[in-house]
Write a protein that binds this ligand. Structure first.
Ligand code: NAP
Length: 507
C-alpha cells in the first residue's frame, strides 16, 4: 500500500451511517475512501458469497481484464508483481480481496444479502433497505454500487425451454460440466466470448459460434511478463508509475479515435483492419466476421487469439439469425438445424436495468424505475433529483470504452466523500442534487455524443429509445475535472430531523 493509506481523517465526527450495496470494485472503493476520512459506520450488502462483483461472477475460462492491470487497479494500492499486462480473473479477485483485507473492509461486508428494496423516509431522513433473505437495514446514506454489468441477459428464443442439452450463461459458468468432446454452441461474440472461445475450442468436439455482429479487433498477446521486465517494474523506481501514466494516455487515445471517427478514428481503424486481415487468411471467414459499423461504436476487442480460433477445423461461425431452439439444438434462419450438447449464452448483461429489479423509492414516494422510464440519467452518473442521500456508482453514462472503470470509481468515491463532508459541515440531514443542475448536465452530456462513433450503430450502450445511457462521452481526465471538486451549489441541503443518531441495524 502507498503512503496515501496513512492519510489522516478529515471528516469528523463519524456519525453518518452508510449502507453500500455491492462489494465489487465500486463498493470497496467507496468504503475505503469514507473510512479514511473518518466515516466508519459502514455496512456493505452483497448478494454473492464473497466480494468481487464482476470478478467474482465471471470465472469463465480465459476471463481476464482487457485493460492493463497497472491502470485497472486502485491508485492507492498499486501492485508491482502483476503476472502479465492484463491480469486473469483470479489474480484480480485476489487483488481485491487483499486490498479489502488490508484496508479492513472485508469485515464490513454482509454476504448473501440480495437487496430487494430501498426506501427513503422524508421525516426520519434515512434509508430503509430490505433483502430477499429477510433482513432490514437502516442508514443515513445509501450507495448503490451494483454497476452496469451484473445481471446476465439471455435472449428470448422460441422453443428455448425445450432444449434437452445443457446450457449456462458465461457469467454463471458451469465448471462442473465437462465440455471436452461435446458439441457446443456459443451465442454471442462480445468481450466475454472472445476470451473463452480460444480456451474451449481445442477441447470441444465441435464449436458452433452464433454471431450476430462482428467486432473490430486490436492485437493483444498478453503473455506472462518476462522476468527482466517484472524485475524492472519491481526494482527500478518510477517504472511502474510510468507504465500507469502511459496506459492512461493510451486509453485516452482510444477515446480520441471514438470521439473523432473521421480523422483519428480512421487511423486506428486502418490499424485494426490490417491486423484482422493478417489474422483472417480465409476470405469466406473474413467476410463473415468483418464488422459492418464504424470503428469504436461498440467495444473494440483486444485479442490475438480469437480470430485464429475461429479458423480451427472444429469451429464453425454461423451468421444466419437464430430462429428457434429444439430439443436437439438451434435452428438458424437458413433452416439448418445445429445439433448441440451444450449452449453457452455469451449474450451480455441487462445493462439498462442498472440496479433494478431492486425497488428504489425516494422522496415523496418517487419511484426510480418510473422516474427513469424515459431513460436513466444522473448528475455525473451519481446523484438523482428526488433521491436524497443516494449515490450511484458506475451509474448512467459512466461506462468507458477506452479507459479503466476503476479510475471512474475512485473519482466517484472521492466525490461521494466530498458530498458527505458538505452535508456534515452544514449539519444537514440530507443532500440532493438540484433538478435543474442534473437536467442541464444531462443535456450537455448527451450533446457531447454528437459526431462520435458511439452514435453510429446500435449497441448495449443505448436504451430502448436509442439514448446512450451507458457511456461517458469523453475522456477520463474530463471526468476527473468534473468530479474532483464537488460544487456545493449544485445541491440542496435539507435540515436534519430531530432524532438520535442511528445505531446499528435490525436483522
Ligand atoms: P456483450 O459485449 O454485450 O456481447 C453480447 C454478445 O451477444 C454480442 O455479440 C451480441 O451481439 C450477442 N447477442 C446478444 N443477444 C443476442 C441474440 N439474441 N442473438 C444473437 N446474439 C446475441 O457481452 P459480454 O461479452 O459479456 O461483455 C459485456 C461487457 O462486459 C463488455 O462490453 C465489457 O464492457 C465487459 N467485459 C469486459 C471484459 C474485460 O476484459 N474488461 C471482459 C468481458 C466483458 P450484438 O453485438 O449484435 O448485440
Amino acid at each position: 500500500m502507498s503512503a496515501a493509506t496513512e492519510r489522516q481523517p478529515t471528516v469528523s465526527p463519524p456519525s453518518l451511517k452508510v449502507l453500500i450495496v455491492g462489494a465489487g470494485f465500486g463498493g470497496i472503493a467507496a468504503a475505503i475512501e469514507l473510512r479514511r476520512h473518518g466515516i466508519t459506520d459502514i455496512e456493505i450488502l452483497e448478494k454473492a458469497s464473497d466480494l468481487g462483483g464482476t470478478w467474482f461472477y465471471n470465472s469463465y475460462p480465459g476471463a481476464a481484464c482487457d485493460v492493463p492491470s497497472h491502470l485497472y487497479s486502485f491508485s492507492f494500492a498499486q501492485r508491482l508483481d502483476w503476472s502479465r499486462l492484463c491480469s486473469a480473473q483470479s489474480e484480480i479477485h485476489d487483488y481485491l480481496r487483499d486490498v479489502a483485507r488490508a484496508q479492513q473492509i472485508d469485515r464490513l461486508i454482509h454476504p448473501h444479502n440480495t437487496v430487494t428494496s430501498c426506501s427513503w423516509d422524508d421525516t426520519a431522513c434515512n434509508w430503509t433497505v430490505e433483502t430477499e433473505e429477510g433482513s432490514t437495514y437502516h442508514g443515513d446514506v445509501l450507495i448503490l454500487a451494483t454497476g452496469q454489468l451484473h445481471q446476465p441477459a439471455r435472449p428470448r428464443i422460441d422453443g428455448a425451454e425445450t432444449f434437452a442439452g445443457h446450457s449456462f450463461h458465461s457469467a454463471e459458468w458451469d465448471h462442473g460440466y465437462p465440455l471436452a468432446g461435446k458439441r457446443v454452441g456459443v451465442v454471442g461474440t462480445g468481450a466475454s466470448a472472445v476470451q473463452f472461445i480460444p480456451e474451449i475450442a481445442p477441447e470441444v468436439e465441435r464449436l458452433t459460434v452464433f454471431q450476430r455482429t462482428g467486432n473490430w479487433f486490436l492485437p493483444r498477446e498478453n503473455r506472462r511478463y518476462p522476468p527482466l521486465v517484472k524485475a524492472a517494474i519491481q526494482r527500478i523506481p518510477g517504472v511502474q508509475a510510468f507504465r500507469r501514466g502511459f496506459m492512461f494516455q493510451y486509453c485516452e487515445a482510444i477515446t480520441v479515435a471514438i470521439r473523432h471517427p473521421r480523422t483519428f478514428g480512421r487511423i486506428v481503424h486502418a490499424r485494426s483492419s490490417a491486423f484482422m486481415r493478417l489474422q483472417l487468411k480465409d476470405s469466406e471467414l473474413r467476410a463473415k466476421v468483418w464488422p459492418n459499423y464504424t470503428f469504436g461504436c461498440k467495444r473494440v476487442l483486444f485479442s490475438s487469439r480469437f480470430l485464429p480460433a475461429l479458423a480451427r477445423p472444429n469451429v464453425e461461425v454461423v451468421t444466419e439469425p437464430i430462429v428457434r431452439m429444439t430439443p436437439e439444438g438451434i435452428v438458424s434462419a437458413d433452416g439448418v438445424a445445429h445439433d448441440l450438447d451444450c449452449v453457452i449464452w455469451a449474450t451480455g448483461f441487462k445493462t439498462n436495468d442498472f440496479m433494478f429489479p431492486m425497488e428504489i423509492v425516494g422522496s415523496a414516494g418517487r419511484d426510480l424505475r418510473e422516474y427513469w422510464s424515459g431513460g436513466a440519467h444522473a448528475h455525473l452518473g451519481m446523484t438523482i433529483p428526488g433521491f436524497p442521500n443516494l449515490f450511484v456508482m458506475y451509474g448512467p453514462n459512466t461506462n468507458t470504452s477506452g479507459g479503466s472503470i476503476v479510475f471512474y470509481l475512485e473519482m466517484q468515491a472521492s466525490y461521494i466523500r466530498q458530498a458527505l463532508k458538505a452535508l456534515r459541515a452544514r449539519g444537514a440531514g440530507a443532500i440532493e442534487v438540484r433538478p435543474e443542475v442534473e437536467a442541464a448536465s444531462d443535456r450537455a452530456l448527451q450533446a457531447r455524443f454528437e459526431g462520435t462513433a458511439w452514435t453510429q450503430c446500435d449497441s448495449w450502450y443505448r436504451d430502448e429509445g436509442g439514448r446512450i445511457v451507458a457511456n461517458w462521452p469523453g475522456y477520463m481526465r474530463e471526468y476527473r475535472e468534473r468530479t474532483e471538486q464537488l460544487v456545493a451549489g449544485d445541491y440542496r441541503f435539507m435540515p436534519a430531523p430531530d432524532r438520535a443518531p442511528l445505531i446499528g441495524s435490525q436483522k
